[in-house]
Design a protein around this ligand. Structure first.
Ligand code: SF4
Length: 336
């Protein structure tokens, strides 16, 4: 291998007879010499798998944490956010397709220290690895997280949740504080469109929760794909039963992108999804991509008091006091 900073030996791999298996995500690609993985970000060179995108930053911006979205994690704070290239899912509606459907471009190298220094100099309170699938930046994340923690920053992932258990455990041990996991639909929907097994994402949500990682989940509601009442109700009930009724569920509106041309999600569909979430007992359900809608706000699940008023990505008013509703004293789980 040449001396490119983007190339690093993959941390999780095992040698088989003629192949080497990558153990970063549940695709578990078994690669022959010279072969690239499903995600195109890893390659077998001489029997060893290398990541091709260590520190390969495709996009960088300071974002309100609400953009991820996280609504119960350091509300009103700003995270320095970066993405790299490619993805390990096949979703034809990807809203970030310009980077997630691209092969590694080795455009701009940022060392972990440069990234953390940049976050501090911009006055950010945390980091977020997102835009494309952050699991593909696994080795770089493991180097960023401890440095960020040393400087008092939090660390977040916005992910499809398809990493192996071993990878997730290492990320948590390195300092992953919060994850937003995209639960895209039923087993059939995720198999058909994303070519993946949604059970892995559910398993990792449970694992993250057990290990004390702050968890919020998102469903991009796509007409004709996952917008049926029965399907949304099944997701809501499973969040309640397996992740807890206090887990925030974000229902985001989709817009036509990449290879999917259905019209945008009607507002009425999103509002019905919100009602379904509440009917199933979820305490915090939110709508996304509908700026100024009342369901962007946090209301006390006991007395209905408006607790956090949002407008798009901005927190306009914050009334929670010591993690409680100031009117009735109901406990409101928030971090930071
Ligand atoms: S990270 Fe890429 S190479 Fe590794 S198992 Fe997943 S898809 Fe395959």
């Amino acid at each position: 291998m040449n001396g490119s900073p983007f190339l690093r030996e993959g941390l999780l791999q095992e040698r088989l007879n003629e192949r080497t298996r990558c153990l970063v995500c549940e695709r578990r690609c078994a690669l022959r010499e010279g072969q690239s993985g499903w995600c195109k970000t890893r390659r077998n060179e001489g029997g060893t798998i290398y990541t091709l995108i260590y520190g390969d930053v495709s996009s960088l911006s300071s974002n309100p944490i609400e953009k991820k979205p996280f609504y119960h994690f350091h509300p009103g704070s700003v995270a320095l956010t970066c993405g790299s290239w490619s993805c390990n899912f096949a979703c034809p509606w990807c809203q970030n397709w310009d980077i997630s459907k691209a092969e590694p471009k080795n455009s701009r190298y940022m060392s972990p220290l440069e990234f953390v220094d940049e976050a501090i100099s911009r006055g950010c309170q945390g980091t977020s690895i997102s835009f494309n699938e952050p699991t593909l930046s696994f080795e770089w994340s493991l180097d960023v997280f401890p440095l960020a923690k040393e400087r008092g920053l939090y660390n977040t992932y916005v992910t499809n949740g398809y990493m192996t258990e071993e990878a997730l455990n290492l990320l948590i041990a390195a300092g992953l504080d919060a994850m937003n996991v995209d639960l895209k639909g039923s087993k059939e929907v995720v198999r058909r469109y994303c070519k993946a097994d949604v059970e892995v994402a559910w398993r990792n949500c449970r694992l993250a929760k057990e290990k004390g990682v702050h968890l919020e989940v998102t469903t991009l509601v796509i007409p004709g794909v996952n917008d049926d009442e029965e399907g949304l109700r099944a997701i809501a009930a499973r969040i309640r039963d397996q992740l807890g009724e206090e887990t925030p569920w974000h229902l985001s509106g989709y817009f036509p992108a990449y290879r999917f041309h259905q019209p945008p999600t009607p507002l009425a569909t999103l509002e019905r999804g919100w009602e379904i979430g509440k009917e199933e007992g979820l305490r915090f359900v939110y709508l996304g991509n509908v700026r100024g809608h009342r369901y962007e706000n946090t209301y006390c699940p006991h007395c209905g008091e408006l607790l956090i008023q949002r407008y798009g990505l901005w927190v306009a008013a914050y009334r929670i006091q010591k993690a409680k509703c100031p009117r009735c004293g109901e406990s409101i789980p928030t971090v930071g």
